[in-house]
Design a binder for this molecule. Structure first.
Ligand SMILES: [Zn+2]
Length: 241
């Protein structure tokens, strides 16, 4: 273990475990998806390009500054080509500690359909912990244009669909939690599909969505989205005037 790895041992282990968890859940196939974890105001750990998440090793993890500058690349490894949107999001959202981008099958189905379903308030926990799942318009993977597209929505929620591509989740607390938010939302997407099979899915009413503010206070959580953007959950779902 080198000096860098010694210093950030715990954080590197967290990131590697999160990669394995994503692979186990089938949210990343082949070398798809990428994960990052902030380790300083201007510094992040990030997964390497062309490496399976299923077999990700402690020795594979890279570190870059939020302006893209190399801090630590293990021999033969380079950060994911999607480092551009990871760094851009972390710059725009200083409140965010971790990001997971993956291709979970059901949410990605909704990202292909792009019908606005996932923006609606269906279940209490995702409302409180993620917010409305907004869609980032399609752009070519690895492009600067794709990272710029996040500007339009990144302050308004902690969970996103990427049109005809996949999903992205941000966590205030850490990478394990980011993967949990992804898992929670993928499960919600599955439940919405079942509800569609059974009839017409109903959303939670405006009145009850607004009561979520009380739950957030009770549980000592933060309203999703960038600090200060929304004073209430109703506002986040554009329900209060
Ligand atoms: Zn992707």
């Amino acid at each position: 273990m080198n000096e860098f790895q010694k210093k950030y041992q715990k954080e590197i282990e967290e990131l590697v475990n999160a990669c394995h968890r994503c692979a186990e859940l089938n949210y990343v196939t082949s070398s798809g998806g990428n994960l990052s974890l902030r380790i300083g105001e201007d510094l992040m750990l990030i997964t390497p390009t062309k490496t399976l998440k299923r077999t990700m090793r402690f020795e594979d993890i890279c570190a870059i500054k939020l302006d893209g500058e190399e801090v630590y690349f293990p021999e033969g490894k380079k950060p994911t080509g999607e480092w551009k949107f990871h760094t851009r999001i972390m710059r725009r959202r200083p409140d965010i500690r971790a990001i997971v981008h993956a291709h979970p099958p059901i949410l990605t189905g909704f990202a292909i359909a792009n019908d606005g379903t996932m923006e609606k308030p269906f279940l209490p926990e995702p409302i409180i912990e993620v917010g409305p799942i907004l869609t980032v318009p399609y752009e070519t993977p690895l492009s600067e244009a794709l990272s710029e597209r996040f500007d339009e929505v990144i302050e308004q929620s902690n969970g996103f669909l990427m049109e005809n591509h996949g999903a992205l989740f941000c966590s205030f607390t850490g990478i394990e939690d980011a993967v949990e938010l992804l898992n929670m939302t993928e499960c919600m997407a599955e439940s919405i599909l079942v509800a569609r099979l059974l009839g017409n899915p109903k959303t939670i009413t405006k009145e009850y969505v607004e009561e979520m503010d009380w739950v957030i206070k009770e549980r000592n959580l933060k309203v999703p989205g960038v600090e200060g953007k929304f004073r209430s959950v109703g506002e986040m779902y554009h329900l209060s005037e």
